[in-house]
Write a new protein. Structure first.
Ligand SMILES: C[S@@+](CC[C@H](N)C(=O)[O-])C[C@H]1O[C@@H](n2cnc3c(N)ncnc32)[C@H](O)[C@@H]1O
Length: 258
């Protein structure tokens, strides 16, 4: 697998608009990244994670992506959907059951986990990500919560027993994966869901071969994502009763594990 770069990418007017609104003073500057690596003991980083996601060379394998993620993504959400918190809460609001054990796959800097915590105050949440840099930022928000376990893991090989979780979720992950990796992670999410458990996924771009708005930053795997039939992919991974909610530019899928 090759590491994709920003070659060929041309910024557009949306890039400039978002860049002008970002509060650059909110960029994280006081984390000891070397210490975070020692503490979090990361697995080998897959090549696609090193691709120039959002135009940052090295992607999530470098501290820069983690340091800038929160202030930049807040403005990307504002550009596409108006309000980040509302959009994140829209996903968790779709789950009617009350899960005791939640797995947040690819939790990044922890904003997706915080949305699940708002929705289910008593749940035991496990939040995993392959990037120790993203997790170092997440830890600051989540470490005080004794019922949140933050772990540096590759979602392609989860070290959890079959059926360990009532709810397995992923936000904004699949549009950043090569097409041969998405089915592997979906299958792992299915394996660790208990039968009858739910999976909740949120993605920012619709399917159909085309994003509706100009993409503000490079998304090296967007073509793979847009070419995927997600209903088929969920069924193939062993999920049934897939409910799809389209909102703004994106979609939410809630499915039950057979
Ligand atoms: C766009 S961020 C989304 C973060 C978070 N879920 C959110 O909603 O803000 C995608 C995250 O997926 C992580 N990721 C990518 N591939 C992964 C893998 N194989 N296993 C675990 N995490 C992965 C990246 O490190 C990154 O933090």
């Amino acid at each position: 697998m090759t590491i994709k770069t920003t070659e060929g990418w041309v910024p557009n007017e949306v890039t400039a608009r978002i860049g002008a609104r970002v509060r650059w003073e909110d960029v994280v500057s006081d984390i000891d990244w070397d210490q975070a690596i020692v503490r979090l003991s990361p697995p080998p980083m897959p090549d696609y994670v090193r691709s120039s996601i959002h135009g940052l060379e090295g992607g999530y394998s470098k501290p820069g992506a983690a340091a800038t993620w929160d202030p930049v993504v807040k403005e990307i959400f504002a550009e596409y959907f108006e309000n980040e918190t509302e959009q994140r809460d829209l996903l968790s609001a779709q789950v009617d059951s009350v899960p005791s054990r939640v797995l947040d796959v690819a939790c990044g800097t922890g904003e997706s986990t915080l949305a699940w915590r708002r929705r289910f105050p008593r749940a035991q949440i496990t939040s995993i990500d392959v990037s120790p840099y993203m997790l170092a930022v997440a830890e600051r928000k989540l470490a005080h919560d004794r019922n949140i376990d933050v772990r540096c893991l590759n979602a392609e090989h989860l070290p959890f027993a079959d059926g360990s979780f009532d709810l397995v979720t992923a936000s904004l992950l699949f549009h950043e994966l090569p097409e041969d990796v998405s089915p592997v992670i979906l299958a792992e999410m299915r394996r660790v869901s208990r039968p009858g458990g739910e999976i909740a996924v949120m993605e920012p771009y619709r399917v159909g071969g085309k994003a509706l708005k100009p993409i503000p930053f490079p998304e090296p795997y967007l073509k793979d994502y847009l070419a995927t039939n997600w209903d088929v992919a969920f069924k193939a991974a062993g999920f049934g009763a897939v409910q799809t909610l389209e909102y703004g530019e994106g979609w939410i899928r809630i499915a039950t594990a057979f």
